[in-house]
Design a protein around this ligand. Sequence first.
Ligand SMILES: C[S@@+](CC[C@H](N)C(=O)[O-])C[C@H]1O[C@@H](n2cnc3c(N)ncnc32)[C@H](O)[C@@H]1O
Length: 284
Amino acid sequence: MEHSKRHNSSKKAKFRSARKPSSASDKSDSKKSKSHTNISRTALGEEPEKRGLKSRPTGDADQRAKRELATKVKTAKGRKLSSTLWLKRQLNDPFVAQAKAEGFRSRAAYKLQEIDEKYHLLRKGARVVDLGAAPGGWCQIAAKAVGPTGKVVGIDYLAMPPVPGTQVLEMDFLDEEAPDKLKALLDGEADVVLSDMAAPTTGHPATDHLRIIALAETALDFAEEVLADGGHFVAKVFQGGADHDLLVRLKKNFRKVLHAKPKASRQDSAEMYVVATGFRGRRE
Ligand SMILES: C[S@@+](CC[C@H](N)C(=O)[O-])C[C@H]1O[C@@H](n2cnc3c(N)ncnc32)[C@H](O)[C@@H]1O
């Protein structure tokens, strides 16, 4: 099958280094939160002294981030400053609190919710594929939207507790066997293919951008094989310019192509989504 060819070893090699989930944004959030303790409300400016640090971290960004955040976390031994700042941001994030209060697995749930409210992608009875599903926020939104007559199948290389009304494969989407396994679960065409897949960031924006675009392209390969005529595709990308080829391909195969930056997507993050609606169909 065409897709299997595209899921070739070079792509796998390209991503192999990206498979460690340590910084894979929202889904790992809850794990990280659990593993760190001792949270108290105070001004962050005092933190280094209280922690007994010999030197203050320097740099405008560090100082700014520290001023802007209001929850203090006592630093676990060995945790880097960037991790501490990440954790503080997480603990002060209203979407994290809202997700917890409303029973969503991740703050990412609100991204799909907003995209759907705006573009009306998920309807009752729809068949949906969720690529990069863990910890399950998008699955929860999709399952609710499509209802018992619809279908939600997903994949993630990380394990996640089951989301009622969905079936999620625990496997790497870049594995040669993954597309056929997903197709077997789907058992027909899809109305919507979603990809929130993200490899752990490297801290090198150009590399991160290329990796996420390659994941989006692989998701699009799959979408082009399974989408029904008129179907929709959503994929996470980063702002940065090198997604020209992806956009050209989307514009050729879908009637409408837009970029979306949901409110729950952190404003200081380059993350955004391409939303392509009205699949023109497979032209053999
Ligand atoms: C931002 S998280 C997804 C959050 C999810 N949409 C939610 O609402 O809970 C990105 C996910 O993509 C997954 N991922 C990245 N590359 C993948 C791959 N090659 N195969 C399967 N999953 C992948 C990561 O493991 C991670 O769980």
